[in-house]
Design a protein around this ligand. Structure first.
Ligand SMILES: [Zn+2]
Ligand SMILES: [Zn+2]
Length: 335
């Protein structure tokens, strides 16, 4: 079986685990950290659905006031939202996505496409996406920015970028708790993005998945690379197997030894990871991406984009519309 994308060349001593683990803490992790806070995620999601006023966020999400104040402040400081007086005047402020915030659209769509494909069960996905420029129902794909071909992890080559080793962590480390509570994440709306975040939104699960994409398969190796406690690692691997992201396989008899491999579903997380990496590179790395990617299929450096499966063009928020296959409670939908 062909190996998934591996970090082919590592310019630092493998024994320097601490350094290696920091260096590998790429832009994807920074992006996941923003999205993996459940309330924060809900606020951003509703921004993409056009919610702008404090009272509307509050009534729609039933979020405690202080929590909402705190999240709006955080996103404003991070430069994802801007607070402004509405165009028509009026005393109440609105919160609008900045360019940086709006640019998370590709990430949201990549997470949504994964959730639609793998986590909708027998039901139709909650949203039907329509690409207005081609007029078609659209299933977004993650593709190469240069050739627009869908990305196969085996055809991606990594090398250190100018920001390698400089990856400062975005937030303090106090949140090592498990994946977000689904009843919070899907509050108000069924949501494929939220379902995907239940898999990757937990910091350790996310890091384990990322190591899979570097070719890691064995317990000891995950542990060495991540500096993760054995009980936490065992728990996360167990969960990933339960969720269908990885398989546990016997590779040696007497003593029995196991290794873990991504399933087809797990490998499909590669696209969303690359899209998140691009956002992190663009907005959180001060122009110094920790990793550079090359697409072997077209032999060009690239970043991940999302394209329409029907017309092959890159998807932009303003060219998209959607039909919800669920209904909001009437008193909430208005406002
Ligand atoms: Zn390409
Ligand atoms: Zn299209």
């Amino acid at each position: 079986m062909a190996k998934p994308a591996t970090l082919e060349k590592h310019s630092h001593h493998a024994s320097d685990v601490r350094f290696a683990s920091i260096e590998r803490y790429s832009s994807v992790a920074r992006t996941v950290e923003i999205l993996s806070d459940p309330w924060g995620f809900l606020v951003l999601r509703e921004c993409f659905f056009g919610v702008r006023r404090f009272e509307h966020f509050q009534s729609l999400l039933q979020v405690p006031r202080t929590t909402l104040v705190e999240r709006l402040k955080k996103f404003t400081l991070l430069g994802l939202l801007k607070k402004q007086i509405p165009a028509g005047g009026g005393a109440r402020h609105e919160y609008r996505l900045t360019d940086k915030g709006r640019d998370l659209y590709a990430t949201m769509i990549a997470l949504l496409a994964f959730g639609d494909k793998w986590l909708s069960g027998d039901a139709l996905p909650p949203l039907k996406l329509i690409h207005k420029s081609c007029g078609c129902d659209c299933t977004p794909h993650v593709a190469c920015s240069h050739c627009h071909a869908e990305i196969d992890p085996r055809l991606v080559h990594y090398r250190d970028g100018p920001g390698a080793g400089k990856a400062a962590r975005l937030e303090n480390r106090k949140r090592s708790r498990r994946a977000s509570d689904p009843t919070v994440l899907e509050r108000v709306r069924p949501c494929s993005v939220a379902r995907t975040l239940q898999i990757i939104g937990d910091r350790w699960s996310f890091l384990v998945i990322r190591e899979f994409f570097y070719g890691v398969r064995r317990f000891d190796e995950f542990q060495t690379r991540l500096g993760i406690a054995t009980n936490i690692l065992a728990d996360r691997l167990h969960r990933l197997v339960e969720q269908g992201v990885a398989n546990k396989m016997l590779y040696q008899e007497g003593p029995k030894r196991y290794e873990y491999r991504l399933t087809e579903m797990g490998r499909d997380l590669y696209g969303p990871m690359l899209v998140m990496m691009h956002w992190g590179d663009k907005w959180l790395s001060e122009g110094l991406p920790p990793l550079k990617l090359r697409h072997r299929a077209c032999d060009h450096d690239f970043h991940a984009v999302i394209v329409c499966d029907k017309c092959g063009n890159e998807l932009e928020a303003r060219e998209m519309s959607f039909v919800a296959r669920y209904s909001l409670p009437a008193e909430l939908a208005a406002a």
